[in-house]
Design a protein around this ligand. Structure first.
Ligand code: FAD
Ligand code: NAD
Length: 517
């Protein structure tokens, strides 16, 4: 992120795109762009970039890009899809850049029909040949699909072959879809189901890949969806209740992505509409938003992962990441914590000039907002093998620490110490201070330390910003060779500096986890 000049915020960009100004220089015409033509537009004052086959003139957007002009220039005159996916796959560029659309990339004229023809021949032959010769022809098929990829004709997604499949059966009142994943540690967090208006979407997360069942169901079903998981064998059942007791001839019409097993990053983000059910104050500028998932949705956000919220602001889709928390910290050990999977809690700071958070703050109870599937690369196993856990949080960088604290203190028996070092500007900014202090009193493994960067003169605690000396004083192993995990989250410079100081102090890459986008 770079500081933007005044008048260059996202809202200013949205205003410019609505002004009717010709942002492509083509007076509204759309053209077919050859690779040669694209490569000529590689300067700041004349910069075209191709994303997923569409070409945009990003020159007018340069000064508005939160990542800076230099980042954008890395893709100048080329296909920037991979770069874009690495940095911000979730940013809705189609909506943000729609006024900058120059046109489509031209498909290479000779290669494409040839490739398609060859592909059709192979399919034809495969149907005619005996089974024992099929391997040889499959080889040709592979070659052929590679060829099609090179000449940018999309015939089918890059599907990995694994032994995962689905089946379905019915009774008078129920339809059950069974997915056989063979993944031994299958659990509720890895199964995301959405069933609304006759459309069923079931996604199974398997490491960095996902398997999808997605159909327009043959007949209507009720909103009650049950998900059963046989964890040891990796069998997942999605049970739907028929609205009418009639016999279904088929499960339904498959969508394009149905029955595919592909990289998660190759799947578009899926959103469902959630209702705002409550909004409570946490501090003077931070609120706890409670969103209700739709009835036909089964979604659990794993510890350490975030979701994307999407709102339409001034006619443009705007997306921002937020990390779900719990409604409160694990203070009551009599009752096992009940996190019902029906609601999502988000602790969000409202910035006075913030585009997204201002719109969020204006939502009324009962209004709807779009919530995506979870993402993030934190793995619980990192905690499960540690003896000391240190959490470094700056401001709302506290949010991933909430579920992490709950998990560590209620489910990880090998942890000897858990320490939260919480950096804020003033005392009034400290989130859930009371709960944190109570938790420290209840659980002797847990300790919390508040550090203020702009304290009043009455503050007797520690002060300052993250520094090498502070960290060397406060981050310690409980024994000389104990296994430690240090998690860090906050404003980007806080996280970057923190990671560097920790490395300088001798902590290894594996001992540090930084939460970023
Ligand atoms: P913008 O319109 O982007 O910014 C407008 C102005 O607001 C800025 O000029 C500045 O004055 C002020 N501002 C905005 N962001 C900051 C900042 N970080 N520091 C100081 N001033 C700022 N936020 C939460 O509140 N809760 C979360 O759980 C949460 N989870 C996140 C998870 C991830 C993975 C990431 C990357 C970010 C997360 N954020 C979270 C931040 C969130 O995504 C937005 O960046 C934030 O809400 C500001 O959005 P905005 O559109 O309102 O502000
Ligand atoms: P803030 O401005 O209130 O700052 C909190 C503390 O962070 C400060 O007291 C200071 O100690 C430290 N800090 C702030 N700026 C610093 C800098 N430039 N260098 C060193 N230390 C600095 O924080 P906020 O407004 O609550 O912002 C929280 C940030 O955390 C946001 O940028 C948000 O995007 C990020 N966040 C990230 C995730 C994630 O998973 N990646 C989750 C939640 C929040």
């Amino acid at each position: 992120q770079v500081p933007l000049k005044p008048g260059r915020s996202l809202m200013d960009w949205i205003r410019l795109t609505k002004s009717g100004k010709d942002l492509t220089g083509l007076k509204g015409r759309l053209i077919e762009v050859t690779e040669d033509e694209l490569s000529k537009h590689n300067k700041k004052e004349d910069c075209w970039i191709c994303i997923r086959g569409f070409v945009y003139n990003v020159t007018p957007y340069m000064e508005y890009h939160p990542g800076g002009e230099d980042e954008l220039m890395k893709a100048a005159g080329t296909d920037g899809t991979d770069l874009f996916d690495q940095v911000h796959r979730w940013v809705n560029y189609e909506s943000m850049l729609k006024e900058c659309l120059v046109g489509r990339m031209a498909v290479k004229p000779i290669a494409a029909p040839k490739a398609l023809k060859a592909f059709a021949y192979v399919i034809f032959f495969l149907q005619q040949i005996p089974e024992d010769e099929i391997v040889v022809y499959c080889f040709y098929l592979c070659l052929c699909s590679r060829f099609c990829k090179i000449c940018s004709v999309s015939i089918m997604p890059e599907v990995s072959t694994v032994d995962i499949f689905y089946d379905w059966f019915q009774t008078d009142s129920l339809v059950t879809i069974v997915i056989y994943t063979k993944q031994k540690d299958m659990n509720a967090e890895l199964v995301i189901v959405d069933c609304q208006d006759k459309r069923l979407r079931g996604e199974i997360i398997m490491n960095d890949h996902s398997y999808l069942v997605e159909v327009d169901l043959d007949h209507a079903v009720s909103e009650d969806v049950a998900v059963n998981i046989a964890e040891k064998v990796g069998k997942v059942e999605i049970i739907l209740s028929k609205k009418d007791n009639i016999h279904w001839k088929m499960l339904g019409q498959p969508s394009e992505g149905h029955n595919t097993f592909i990289k998660r990053t190759d799947r578009g983000l899926f959103y469902r509409k959630c209702q705002l059910v409550s909004k409570t104050e946490v501090t003077h500028d931070t609120k706890l938003f409670c969103l209700m998932l739709p009835k036909g949705t089964h979604l659990r956000v794993p510890t350490g992962q975030h979701v994307y919220l999407k709102q339409i602001i001034a006619g443009t889709e705007v997306v921002k990441p937020y990390t779900p928390v719990l409604p409160f910290l694990p203070l009551d050990f009599q009752e096992p914590p009940c996190h019902d999977g029906v609601r999502i809690y988000l602790m969000i700071k409202i910035y006075s000039h913030g585009l997204f958070t201002q719109a969020l703050d204006h939502l009324q109870i009962g209004d709807y907002i779009f919530v995506s599937n979870p993402e993030g690369n934190f793995k619980k196993s990192q905690v499960q093998t540690s003896e000391d856990l240190v959490l470094l949080a700056g401001g709302t960088g506290f949010t991933p620490m909430v579920k992490l604290l709950n998990f560590a203190l209620t489910e990880v028996s090998c942890l000897r110490t858990v320490k939260l070092i919480f950096f804020n500007k003033t005392e009034d900014d400290i989130l859930w201070r009371n709960q944190l202090e109570q938790l420290a009193l209840k659980d002797e493994r847990f300790e919390v330390q508040f550090i203020l960067s702009q304290p009043t003169k009455d503050w007797v605690g520690k002060q300052g910003k993250i520094s090498s000396s502070l960290l060397s004083e406060l981050v310690k192993r409980s024994r000389r060779d104990s296994k430690v995990l240090i998690c860090i989250c906050g404003p980007a410079p806080f996280t970057e500096q923190g990671v560097q100081y920790l490395k300088d102090l001798g902590y290894s890459q594996e001992e540090i986890h930084a939460f970023t986008a």
